[in-house]
Ligand binder design. Structure first.
Ligand SMILES: C[S@@+](CC[C@H](N)C(=O)[O-])C[C@H]1O[C@@H](n2cnc3c(N)ncnc32)[C@H](O)[C@@H]1O
Length: 317
């Protein structure tokens, strides 16, 4: 396959081991959500996207399919298209024929998964040069040298911005701004604030896939770090925290226990939580305010008819 190249830019220092030791040493135990994504985590996430309660991908994909032509009119064609956290690269397929990018740069922390989705995409779009990069986007967004010059468009769907707290989201937007350079634009999908019932159901699907996804973090600790831990004595917990405007995901220890890892001991009380993810929700005014504070101006935004999800096109100023 001639139209795809692979680049490993993941910083070596950011290991699961370091994250577990530092995250479990805190009084409020936490591990960043990027560690959900090994091969199994990526596969589970794709299955979560098929669950009826998890409305985000269904609504966003419907919007992108309807808006592709309008978006291309606003961005023009022939840009370098960069997608941090591309995963299965399913959403970009809705845009490629309209945007006709000069190159596509999917980036992800889950490199084996990214490689296979980039290979599939390369077969489907033989006209498209693809440069897939293993990147930790909380750290940097290195664009491979082979990528052609020209105006850039960064695509960040799936409300992945919500996994950052507002301060981190601002830092990420400034990193995007630097990566985009002159005439750069960003197309971003962000989940809206809405009824708590809808939000709580979305992160507690009846099939239990979000629970499996959350618990997979403990299986990674067992398999990759040889941690002495029993995933069966933890439970999935997800709820909307309306004060903070975010879904919180935790693993709750169902009894007192000690996790042992390479000479370290981490004690859990019964009911103690390990915080694994936040998903902040933004009203359009909140998101546009955040983008404006961090170097962007609004070109246009769209909200679906039920107010469930928003897509924003912003330009770097
Ligand atoms: C919530 S999924 C969204 C996937 C896809 N963009 C979508 O909208 O369906 C998050 C994706 O970002 C990747 N990811 C999470 N944290 C990351 C990080 N720090 N750096 C790079 N990729 C990351 C995951 O592997 C996963 O593919």
């Amino acid at each position: 396959m001639e139209n795809v190249t692979f680049h490993d830019h993941k910083p070596r220092a950011l290991s699961l081991y370091d994250a577990v030791v530092s995250g479990l040493s805190r009084s409020d135990k936490s591990i960043p959500p990027k560690f959900f994504y090994d091969q199994r985590g990526s596969e589970l996430f794709d299955r979560i996207c098929e669950q009826p309660e998890y409305y985000l991908p269904t609504v966003e994909c419907r919007m992108l399919a309807e808006l592709a032509g309008e978006i291309a009119t606003l961005t023009g064609t022939g840009r370098v298209l960069i997608e941090p956290g591309a995963g299965s690269a399913s959403k970009v397929r809705l845009l490629l024929d309209a945007l006709r990018p000069s190159a596509f740069v999917p980036m992800d922390i889950s490199f084996d998964y990214l490689k296979s989705s980039a290979r599939d995409l390369a077969l489907e779009y033989p006209w498209l040069p693809i440069h897939a990069a293993c990147v930790d986007f909380t750290h940097s967004l290195p664009v491979p040298r082979e990528v052609p010059d020209g105006p850039r468009l960064l695509f960040f769907p799936g409300s992945s911005l919500g996994n950052f707290n507002p301060g981190e989201a601002g830092r990420f937007l400034r990193l995007v701004h630097r990566t985009l350079g002159d005439r750069g634009m960003m197309l971003i999908g962000v989940d809206t604030k809405k009824s708590e019932g809808v939000l709580n159901a979305a992160y507690n699907d009846a099939a239990g896939l979000t629970a499996d996804f959350n618990l997979n973090l403990l299986q990674r600790m067992q398999q990759e770090l040889d941690a002495d831990i029993d995933p069966d004595v933890f439970e999935h917990l997800a709820f909307y925290n309306s004060d903070k405007g975010r879904i919180e995901m935790h693993l709750v220890s169902t009894r007192e226990q000690t996790l042992r890892l390479n000479g370290h001991r981490f004690d859990f009380k019964e009911g103690e939580r390990l915080h694994t993810e936040n998903s902040y929700k933004y009203s359009p005014a909140e998101f546009i305010g955040l983008a404006t504070e961090n170097g962007f101006s609004e070109v246009r935004h769209w909200v679906d008819d039920d107010g469930l999800f928003a897509v924003y096109l912003v330009g770097a100023v």
